[in-house]
Design a binder for this molecule. Structure first.
Ligand SMILES: [Zn+2]
Ligand SMILES: [Zn+2]
Length: 333
């Protein structure tokens, strides 16, 4: 990773907005590109700029832009759907056939740069109450809000969240806004379990050190209603199926580094487990910002590290090595 000087981007279309970046959150997917050069079939061609969890200040707008004006602090929605394909017309912009997504190889350069131009539809004003961090965190958090929506969660249901990185934590924060029952969290990093404890979960356990199935089933004899796989690990998927009650639902959010999941035929069939995969989110940014504004979601335990733009590589190395109990590391421009 290295810094390069490039020309400042200019407005091209009448709905374009030029943004000076304030803050960028480092995402697990940025790290996948940094350490592996790819996620599945999406391979990086170098040089390439990563980054998609950004917020900034509007500096210039095209003549048809109505939603924002220069000086506005905004959250940047990294997805730029075409608006015309079958998926877009069906309200599934996140699986748009011609989707362009910030920091996604072959689609668009990321926003780990001082200035970026985005379409108006990707700009969400923060208003007075929310900080640049709120804007940036709204990206992963919206995935949590969407995941919870998609899970069909009902009041009082007991849930498990396996993997407590920023996405697992986003799922937790969204779940807490929904009067769920008990929440069980697992992660292999103890500092993350401490954060889960601060968020008031019923139990936070480390599967490397303890028999998590035994510990959770000991208090939850009937099993859990919903389990969210948030780390992309086969062990977690297997544990999820053990933990679910018959008729329970497994929601897979994590991005694995392997190509195929495997499922126990016997257990999934006998328990009649439902399976839901999650692809990012759709139409949840505004709601997420609103939930932070009205206090139903608080992100105070999310950001653990900050680095100035010039020290971005250090930040990426820290996150890639899961060092120092990192949850979310932010880059300040
Ligand atoms: Zn992300
Ligand atoms: Zn489309």
């Amino acid at each position: 990773m290295e810094m390069r000087d490039i020309p400042e981007p200019n407005l091209v279309n009448s709905n374009d907005v030029k943004i000076r970046m304030s803050v960028l959150g480092i995402c697990g997917s940025d790290i996948h590109y940094y350490t592996q050069g790819q996620i599945g079939s999406q391979k990086v061609q170098y040089p390439f700029t990563v980054g998609h969890e950004g917020s900034g200040i509007v500096v210039e707008v095209g003549n048809s832009v109505k939603r924002v004006k220069p000086g506005d602090h905004i959250a940047i929605e990294p997805a730029m759907p075409c608006g015309e394909c079958d998926q877009c017309l069906a309200g599934r912009h996140h699986t748009c056939r011609k989707l362009r997504f910030l920091g996604c190889p072959g689609q668009a350069e990321g926003c780990l740069m001082e200035y970026i131009v985005m379409p108006e539809t990707s700009c969400f004003p923060l208003g007075g109450k929310l900080s640049p961090d709120h804007g940036s965190i709204s990206e992963p958090l919206a995935i949590g809000v969407y995941t919870i929506k998609k899970s069909g969660i009902a009041k009082g249901q007991n849930i498990g969240i396996l993997g407590f990185g920023p996405i697992g934590m986003s799922v937790l924060l969204a779940a807490k806004a929904h009067e769920v029952g008990k929440i069980y969290v697992t992660d292999i990093i103890d500092e993350r379990l401490v954060i889960a404890g601060k968020e008031g979960v019923s139990m936070a356990v480390n599967p490397v050190k303890e028999n998590i199935i035994g510990k959770i089933m000991n208090v939850e004899h009937l099993g859990l209603d919903l389990v969210f796989e948030c780390c992309g690990k086969q062990e977690a998927l297997d544990q999820a199926i053990e933990l679910l009650k018959p008729g329970g639902k497994l929601i897979v959010v994590g991005i694995p580094e392997f190509e195929r999941w495997s499922l126990s035929v016997e257990k999934t069939r006998r328990k009649e487990i439902s399976l839901q995969f999650i692809r990012r989110q759709v139409d949840c940014v505004e709601q997420t910002l609103e939930m932070m504004k009205n206090g139903s979601i608080k992100i105070e335990n999310m950001v653990t590290h900050r680095f100035p733009f010039a020290r971005t590589k250090e930040a990426f190395d820290l996150v890639a090595d899961y060092r120092d109990g990192v949850m979310k590391a932010m880059i300040d421009f």
